[in-house]
Unconditional design. Structure first.
Length: 336
């Protein structure tokens, strides 16, 4: 799935994408196999080039995939983190795709070499939790697959609630059928059941860690239901953006460390302006969901448009996602 990630809703800490220490930022990978999973969903199995090794990853991690110049997308790693010889990503062809999933489905074939990032993890599994509750909607199942593998390896107690509109478009059912704690629902099938999110959250004991990945509406409902839970026990990962990118311009950026001043013009994003000025800013999703473009704010008030930061983090104004956010003040001073 195309992924975007955010830390536990109850945490005040700002999440910065975690890359394996010492791992190169950019890697070459060969497409070893393409596997059909369900209507519109393929798994792409990637392997290192001869003589090379992939950096290890942890459950819930994702990689950024460089598709064409200027087009990078993030996808969760869906395989068992103990597998050191491959990365697997599940890609759903989005009808409204702006190029990411369509490019992969139409162009990626076994044997080709593609460019990816080292794994990053903004949706890490709390491995010490005595109980883990996983809630997935649609292609949001993919990060849960690596989590399930890890939880099984650790012998931890877990349960999964996975909802898809129809069986035909639900990926990875074969893997899940091995696991009894999986509650799989098809809510648009005749006689199908809806996921009772409120009941799942209400039944979760205080010590349980809850993870939700799916469409924005599902995550927002989940976050609202879980708002009263103990801090740090609620974790979400968005995979489709519903953001209106700020392109109104008419403000300036002071780059405190480099001493530059950059004007953001009408029609461009903060990221556009920074890249044009030669700033070295990493970015992936370009839609406020992955957290890659996070920059510290020293003065001024951003117009936050992202889905990555919590509401508390947005109010604190200590950081901004430059790919989609703007400024409420004539000047923003950035810590770059
Ligand atoms: S590039 Fe993903 S949040 Fe900005």
């Amino acid at each position: 799935m195309q992924t975007t990630v955010r830390p536990s809703a109850g945490e005040g800490a700002i999440a910065v994408p975690q890359t394996q220490a010492g791992a190169p930022e950019s890697l070459k990978a060969r497409i070893r196999a393409v596997r059909w999973e369900a209507e519109g969903i393929n798994t792409y199995e990637l392997e290192p080039l001869p003589g090379e090794r992939f950096p290890p990853f942890t459950a819930g991690a994702h990689i950024n995939v460089r598709l064409t110049p200027g087009l990078t997308r993030s996808y969760s790693l869906a395989n068992d983190p103990s597998q050191r010889d491959r990365y697997e990503i599940g890609v759903q062809l989005a009808p409204e795709s702006r190029g990411g999933s369509r490019h992969i489905h139409e162009n990626w074939r076994p044997g080709q070499v593609v460019e990816i990032s080292a794994p990053r993890n903004n949706f890490p599994l709390e491995e010490g939790a005595t109980r883990t509750i996983l809630i997935a909607g649609g292609i949001g199942i993919t990060p849960m697959l690596s989590m399930i593998a890890r939880l099984e390896a650790l012998g931890r107690r877990w349960e999964l609630h996975y909802v898809s509109r129809r069986r035909a478009i639900a990926g990875y059912l074969d893997r899940l059928e091995e696991h009894l704690p999986a509650n799989v629902l098809f809510d648009e099938e005749p006689g199908g059941l809806r996921l009772d999110l409120a009941a799942v959250v209400a039944a979760a004991p205080p010590e349980a860690h809850l993870y939700c990945c799916g469409p924005a509406g599902m995550i927002q409902a989940f976050e609202a239901l879980a708002a009263g839970r103990p801090p740090g026990t609620v974790h979400v990962e968005y995979f489709s953006a519903d953001v209106e990118v700020a392109i109104g311009g008419d403000y300036v950026l002071e780059l405190r460390r480099s001493g530059k001043t950059v004007a953001v013009q009408d029609g461009e994003t903060m990221l556009d302006a920074l890249l044009s000025a030669g700033a070295n800013i990493g970015f992936a999703c370009s839609e406020g969901v992955c957290g890659t473009c996070q920059v510290g704010v020293l003065e001024g008030v951003p117009d936050h448009r992202d889905q990555f930061l919590t509401e508390e983090e947005k109010r604190a104004n200590r950081t901004v996602m430059v790919c989609c956010s703007g400024s409420r003040t004539p000047k923003l001073v950035l810590d770059i």
